[in-house]
Ligand binder design. Structure first.
Ligand code: UDP
Length: 241
């Protein structure tokens, strides 16, 4: 097949917030279909795509730490992992309504809902051109789906981890609060750590740094950006060694 992408295989990390209108929670199917359309167009560039889906639009485990909660933090994290499965089901149907072939794999065994994650099987699906959605994160509490995305990118030998966000990339300050915040077009892993930049959680950055896995942080809200990222166009912020 003729490919217009410099990459053979990528992990796309989609936050749960990409499934809800700005500032809202829950799942809005128009939002899900919007991101699914972009993903399908990106897959048509001839690149194998695995998606690690977040759950923050439903809940995050860390919200149960305030002390006032009778839900233990670990329980909250498992609830968060289940939230990603809910998102995964929505995304799967959105992708399939657009004609894509998909598989949903879960890191927590859930017969009847999703396939169990088995590395060799996941690779086989990707090789066959299926868009594979990875749900339930790492299957373990106290980390986020960013860490799951880094792990999946490494174990599935992806060329790059693409993190879709609602801003244009990584800034020196919060661009939603500071209008003078400056966008970086390139950063090293060490700069991310030293400047304490909010790219991904620190476990995820450590994994990428240790294995030299490039990260691209870009804005999913600009229509066509997933496709542009996959074609290797210079958008967003690249993080490398
Ligand atoms: N989570 C977890 N382990 C994982 C992945 C996720 O415990 O490997 C929990 C964690 O509580 C997290 C929640 O699931 O906050 C939802 O995932 P995340 O916050 O990464 O979603 P996003 O911000 O990408 O929407």
């Amino acid at each position: 097949s003729s490919s217009t992408s410099p990459y053979s295989r990528i992990i796309l990390k989609l936050s749960g917030e990409s499934f809800a209108p700005t500032g809202e929670r829950g799942i809005s199917m128009p939002e899900v279909v919007h991101i699914a359309k972009q993903t399908v167009r990106a897959a048509q560039q001839g690149v194998e795509i695995g998606i690690v889906i977040g759950g923050g639009n439903i809940l995050r485990g860390a919200q149960f730490t305030a002390g006032a909660s009778s839900i233990q933090e670990a329980t909250g994290h498992y609830m968060g992992m289940l939230a990603t499965v809910i998102n995964g089901l929505a995304l799967q149907d959105a992708l399939e309504s657009l004609g894509a072939q998909t598989r949903l794999m879960s890191a927590i065994k859930m017969d009847g809902v999703a396939e169990p994650f088995i590395r060799r099987r996941a690779k086989r699906h990707l090789e066959k051109g299926r868009i594979v959605i990875f749900a339930a994160g790492t299957g373990a509490p106290f980390v986020t789906t960013d860490t799951a995305a880094a792990q999946k990118a490494l174990e599935l030998e992806c060329d790059i981890l693409m993190k879709a966000t609602r801003v244009d990339g990584v800034y020196n300050d919060d661009p939603e609060k500071n209008p003078h915040a400056v966008l970086y077009d390139h950063l090293t892993y060490n700069q991310v750590r030293e400047k304490n930049l909010r790219v991904m959680d620190s476990t995820a950055i450590a994994h990428c740094m240790e294995h030299n896995l490039p990260i691209l942080v870009f804005n999913y809200r600009n229509d066509g950006n997933i496709e542009r990222a996959v074609r290797g166009e210079t958008i967003g912020t690249r993080v490398t060694s």
